[in-house]
Design a protein. Structure first.
Length: 355
């Protein structure tokens, strides 16, 4: 794939040297001699990556990045600052604005190419992860006959109401029913020997719950607790398994959900192992916000989940979570209200995750 890189640099000699290096590496290069022209070219051609000098007359690199981040069409373009300044305060200013990386003058051409390659690779991985995360998280039954079978499975079933913090089922219990969430939200979690929770998932309206132990014919390996008042349909184990054995399309749907759940847990373990707390908090907030926003036409969603539950998902202490949330608030990435958390800048949080 031929990537297009936009170089914004007012020093012509420096720009010619950088363009020569990039062209030798088979990148397509567009050149802008100042910040204003760089913004115009970015909005017109949407390059794959931007390299921008900080110290430029009329409009510096900080201003260029600030303007591009306000436009949803350009906010996610990887942005690398090119600077002769190496003070920590300069780095922090740029990173707070959403820069992806820094190259300090003078630099080695190989180092420049390594940074570019890494940022482009992370951009492609981000696209793949987004495609997976936006895939099927709930069961969608749309083939001929599927809806009739599912409606028959759900029809005339007893409804149960659970109040906030009520347990729907507990780890170690033998499963007798499949639950379909009609209203409200449920969290699933495990407890370690010290009584600390590990959140394994959040489930809302339209989700099936408890099908894994039914399929595996094993006791529940997690607990399920109502986060709000919840109404569920209760489907007997025998009816669920009968439909699974008689309808291969329905069985395939549940097996696919099981596969997605396993892959999501593997990804979470990798995140805990290799990402910083700041990255994990950003990623968790984005996932919760995306899940809450499903079917919601509002432009912003308030996250009302308790801090201790969010910290359990992140895999950190509540104190570390609170410090990170305070940083995000100062950087105007989120707003903390009496009702909960509201994300103000999704592109910048995505940049933090992909650093």
């Amino acid at each position: 794939m031929n990537y297009n890189i936009l170089l914004i640099e007012d020093n012509l000699e420096m720009a010619e040297n950088i363009m020569a290096i990039l062209k030798l590496a088979r990148y397509e290069v567009t050149y802008a001699p100042n910040g204003k022209t760089g913004i115009e070219l970015t909005q017109k051609s949407l390059p794959d990556l931007i390299i921008c000098d900080i110290m430029m007359p009329e409009m510096d690199g900080y201003s260029v990045l600030h303007i591009l981040n306000k436009d949803e069409n350009t906010a996610n373009i990887p942005f690398i600052f090119l600077t002769a300044k190496a003070d920590k305060s300069d780095f922090r200013t740029g990173m707070n604005l959403g820069a992806d990386d820094y190259i300090t003058k003078p630099f080695d051409g190989v180092d420049l190419l390594k940074v570019i390659e890494m940022r482009l690779r992370k951009k492609e991985l981000s696209k793949l992860n987004h495609a997976h995360s936006s895939g099927e998280t709930k069961t969608t039954f749309n083939k001929p006959g599927e809806m009739q079978d599912v409606q028959a499975l759900l029809g005339n079933r007893p409804r149960r109401i659970f109040k906030k913090k009520d347990l729907i089922f507990m780890e170690g219990q033998n499963p007798n029913s499949l639950y379909y969430i009609e209203k409200g939200q449920i969290k699933t979690f495990k407890m370690n020997s010290f009584g600390k929770e590990l959140i394994t998932g959040f489930h809302d309206e339209g989700s099936f719950l408890g099908y894994v132990p039914l399929i595996e014919d094993k006791p529940y390996n997690e607990n399920a607790e109502a986060l709000t008042e919840v109404q569920v349909s209760v489907i007997p184990k025998s009816d669920f398994l009968s439909l699974m054995y008689s309808n291969k399309d329905i069985a395939s749907k549940f097996i696919k959900m099981l596969s997605n759940n396993l892959e999501e847990m593997e990804n979470r373990l990798l995140d805990i192992a290799y990402q910083s707390v700041r990255q994990r908090v950003a990623g968790t907030l984005l996932k919760i916000n995306e899940k809450l926003a499903e079917g919601n036409n509002e432009t912003a969603t308030v996250i009302t989940i308790a801090r201790k539950d969010i910290s359990s998902m992140v895999g950190t202490t509540t104190e570390s979570l609170n410090r990170t949330l305070s940083d995000f608030k100062e950087e105007r990435l989120i707003e903390i209200t009496p009702h909960g958390l509201k994300i103000l800048n999704i592109p910048k949080l995505e940049r933090i995750v992909n650093l």
